[in-house]
Design a protein around this ligand. Sequence first.
Ligand code: ADP
Ligand code: MG
Length: 462
Amino acid sequence: MIRNPSLRRRLLLFVSIPLLAVLVCGGIINYVIGLHYANKVYDRWLLDSAQAIGDLVNSDAGRNELSDQARILLQFSVKERNEFAVRSLRYGVLAGNDDLPQPSPKTSHGSPVFTNFLDRGLPMRMASVFLTNKADPGDVLVISTAETINKRRALARELLVSTVPIELLLIGVAMALVWLGINRGLRVLDPLAHEIRMREAGDLSPLRTIDAPLEVQPLVATIDALLGRLDRMLRQQQRFIADAAHQLRTPLAGLRLQAERALADPRPETVREALAHVERLSAGTARAAGQLLALARAQAPDESLGAAAPLDLAKLVREEVAARVPGALAKGIDLGYRGPEHDISVIGDAVLLRELLGNLIDNASRYGARSGAVITVELQPSANGGCTMAVQDNGPGVAPELIPRLGERFFRAVGNGHEGTGLGLAIVREIAERHGAELSIGNHNDPHGLRVEIRFLPLTSV
Ligand SMILES: Nc1ncnc2c1ncn2[C@@H]1O[C@H](COP(=O)(O)OP(=O)(O)O)[C@@H](O)[C@H]1O
Ligand SMILES: [Mg+2]
């Protein structure tokens, strides 16, 4: 089982790791600063010693010598090694340890010089001062004091160690504060969770009304979009059920009436007439049921046509027209196709597209010219890379003021003398929309009749 990642734990991790890194850096910086000041203090001390020795040996007495007591004092140390050397540029080593390296006075211009060196494996630091020899003004005395540098590091370490408990305490306090802060911060999500929990099952209104924090707004927007889709779907379903009930109730009442008529008057002519009505009514009902189902299919929440493979629309249209030619011929209708023989690719659902074309050809043959009817199905690639499909007849067309209403569910122009549901063009509109295609319906003049066009966009922009 995969555990859901905890936002709290993640935030804590993301905050505490950098925090720890900062504290560790702080420790390192403390150590470096400690070492710097230890160096400064000890360097000062070395220099002062060198100067003090210089003052001793370069006194007005002019003997350039150190007393034995001074020597013992200078070299006394329990753990560390201290060394000193008094040299004359003219007379060589006058006192102290002549193993100490000699600093170059030329580079010094009289100011003190510090040198690091190794003495029997021990790192040492030396301070040297240069004085004019009072006993011999042409000579220069170089006084050097040196010591091991262990104690400097020891001091810096000591400083560091003394701050560790404080740092640890700071880390603990910081983590506790971060934890509290995160817990408190996450509490802003509670009202949203509460609102969702307390909702009525049927309440699909947007959550937007809640004061959700800025960062959660995208989530709220997504939930709202989902609620919106659900709402539309539910409404559509409810409408479909109402439509279906309405569509079936009237013909069923008619059927019942005819049956009652036949039962009441068993004369063969009456029964025959009633049966003829029954046949017509049930055919109409079956057609209405078919149209309702087609509408429901066209409106099915899209499993996105974008994922569908491109299909050859030219082939589909040719096949569909060819299949209807014999039926049309029998009714004296000249049904023809005008369009390219080569492939025309569109992304779409073949079943829905056949349904669309079927509805348009059906309308053209019902409402088109009564005699000498010609129906042309056209397909043309358009300049923008898409294509246009059109169905045109040579009938009376539709009164211009009614044209905007074509495509409304259950809308029928009265007095066309045919039975129908008024769903055909609604289905056509729905299917065109699903394909991102543009539907336009209008009367045409040459020859006069209704022309329905569906303009498909280029493949890439679907
Ligand atoms: N080719 C056409 N010529 C004239 N009128 C048409 C044509 N196609 C549709 N109509 C009109 O539009 C109305 C709606 O058509 P439709 O939605 O297919 O429903 P139905 O065919 O069930 O009546 C029809 O009742 C008819 O009056
Ligand atoms: Mg129709």
